[in-house]
Design a protein around this ligand. Structure first.
Ligand code: SF4
Ligand code: SF4
Length: 260
C-alpha cells in the first residue's frame, strides 16, 4: 500500500486523524502543491492579481464551444457528466415553473430544423447559463480537504494537487456548486482552474478565447482598467448562492432570480 492509499484509508476510517493530518500538513502541503499543481513562470507575481470571470447571460447562445475547448485544453474525460465547465438551459413555463437541463452532455443540436427539438408551447422564456467553479474567495472545498491537496493560490485561484489528493471526495461533497468531479483516470478530484497554466503566461482561459459572443470575460479584479472591473462597474452583478458567503468570483450579468 502506497502513502496516498494509506492516508486515504486512515482518513476515511478515523475522521479525527483527518483533522490532525490537516493541521500538521497544511503549510507544507500548500507550498509543495503550488510548486506542482500551480507551477508558474519565474517572473510571475501572484500577489499582484486577483482573478475572476464575468458571464453575460444575455450573450450566451448555448453553443457549447467553451465546454469542448475546456475538455480539449485540460484533458477532461470525453464521457458525458465529466465537466470543468458546462451549460445549463433554463426554461420558464407559463405556469411559473422553471426547469433546468444540462445541455453539455448532449451532442450539439443538428443544423437542420426538422431534426431539432420540438417547440414546447408552455415555455415563455428560455436562456443559457454557463457554469464552472466559482473560485470562491472563501472556498468550503479547501476547508474540508484533509490533506491540503485543495488549496487557494495568492491570486485567488483554487487548485488541486493531484500528487497529494487521496480521492476521498470530501471536497466534491462540500462544493455547493457541483463544480468538482472525481477523475476516473487519476482517481483524484478535478475542476476548473481558470486554465491556470495559461493565465499565468498572460493568455486567456480556453473557454473565454473560443466564445463567439464574448459571453465570458476573464480578468483581474486588482487591475484598475481591467475589462472585468469595467464589466463589474457597468452591469448589475449577481453571484450564485450569495447567502452561503463563499464570495464567488464568477460574476453574472443579466441573471434572473430563477437561476440557482
Ligand atoms: Fe471550491 Fe466549489 Fe467554490 Fe470551486 S465553486 S472554489 S470547487 S467550493
Ligand atoms: Fe455560451 Fe460562449 Fe460557451 Fe457558446 S462559447 S456556450 S456562447 S459561453
Amino acid at each position: 500500500m502506497n502513502k496516498r492509499d494509506f492516508l486515504k484509508d486512515a482518513i476515511l476510517f478515523f475522521p479525527a486523524a483527518a483533522t490532525l493530518q490537516a493541521l500538521a500538513s497544511d503549510a507544507s502541503a500548500t507550498a509543495d502543491a503550488t510548486a506542482t499543481a500551480g507551477a508558474t513562470p519565474n517572473d510571475y507575481d501572484a500577489t499582484r492579481h486577483w482573478y475572476g470571470m464575468g458571464v453575460d447571460i444575455n450573450k450566451c447562445i448555448g453553443c457549447n464551444r467553451c465546454v469542448e475547448a475546456c475538455k480539449a485544453e485540460n484533458d477532461v474525460p470525453e464521457e458525458p457528466f465529466f465537466f470543468r465547465t458546462w451549460i445549463e438551459r433554463y426554461r420558464i413555463h407559463e405556469n411559473g415553473e422553471t426547469t433546468v437541463e444540462c445541455i453539455s452532455s448532449k451532442p450539439r443540436p443538428p443544423e437542420q430544423t426538422e431534426q431539432a427539438e420540438p417547440v414546447d408551447p408552455t415555455v415563455v422564456r428560455t436562456f443559457f447559463v454557463p457554469k464552472l467553479c466559482n473560485q470562491c474567495a472563501h472556498p468550503p472545498c479547501v476547508q474540508v480537504c484533509p490533506v491540503g491537496a485543495t488549496f487557494q493560490t495568492e491570486d485567488g485561484v483554487v487548485l488541486v494537487n493531484s500528487q497529494t489528493c487521496i480521492g476521498c471526495r470530501y471536497c466534491i461533497q462540500a462544493c455547493p456548486y457541483g463544480a468538482r468531479y472525481l477523475n476516473p483516470r487519476t482517481r483524484t478530484a478535478d475542476k476548473c482552474t481558470f486554465c491556470y497554466h495559461r493565465i499565468t503566461e498572460g493568455l486567456l482561459p480556453a473557454c473565454v478565447e473560443v466564445c463567439p459572443t464574448e459571453a465570458r470575460i476573464f480578468g483581474d479584479l486588482k487591475g484598475q482598467a481591467d475589462r472585468l472591473v469595467r464589466f463589474h462597474r457597468l452591469n448589475k452583478i449577481n453571484v450564485l448562492k450569495e447567502d452561503l458567503n463563499t464570495e464567488p468570483k464568477v460574476l453574472y450579468a443579466n441573471m434572473d432570480g430563477e437561476v440557482r
